[in-house]
Design a binder for this molecule. Sequence first.
Ligand SMILES: [Zn+2]
Length: 212
Amino acid sequence: MNLIFFGIIGSGKGTQAELISNKFHIPIISTGNIFRRNIKNKTKLGIQIEHILAKGHLVDDEITVQVLKNELKKTNLKKGIILDGFPRTLHQAKMLEHILSIDHVFNISLSEHEVRTRISNRRTCKCGATYHIKHNPPKKEGICDKCKRKLFVRDDSKPAVVKNRIRVYKNKTEKLIEFYKEKKILININGNLAIKEVFKQISDKIIELKKK
Ligand SMILES: [Zn+2]
């Protein structure tokens, strides 16, 4: 089963992809993680990507697809694959058609209000610890449990930035969603529920699809 996971920031898409991967033993390829790993290890590719990102550009489709192809060669595809963070553009989706046949696309949707609530409730500490005011609050309000420093709101969690990220995401994925909808392989998942319930929706769906 070859799957794609789409989901807006705050939708828990990455978490769901991992839970599904563990349950059904399907490996995940996350191009974002591969990029980050290469940058960290200062590989030739990593240095190239770092230059692109430093200029504020997006990694172009050709490089991204090449990275995906290399990773697919190294992966056992017997049980299929989960693609997380790919394709990001319609062009990438069309290139993917020549590489892999996709069976199902899960789109975890979340209301804009819910995205804002989830992101604005995030708190971070300099030590790397993260909290959520509602779901994972620190013992003492505004103070890190681990190092007792004051918690703060990350720049990319600020309302104006979140608003912009939602707009960019919608612009980019709208065409992709439409593309897979036309192919009749798009499955919409209600991401407004708790992680456990969203997971249940997706895994029930996969079990149902496997029977077919
Ligand atoms: Zn801390």
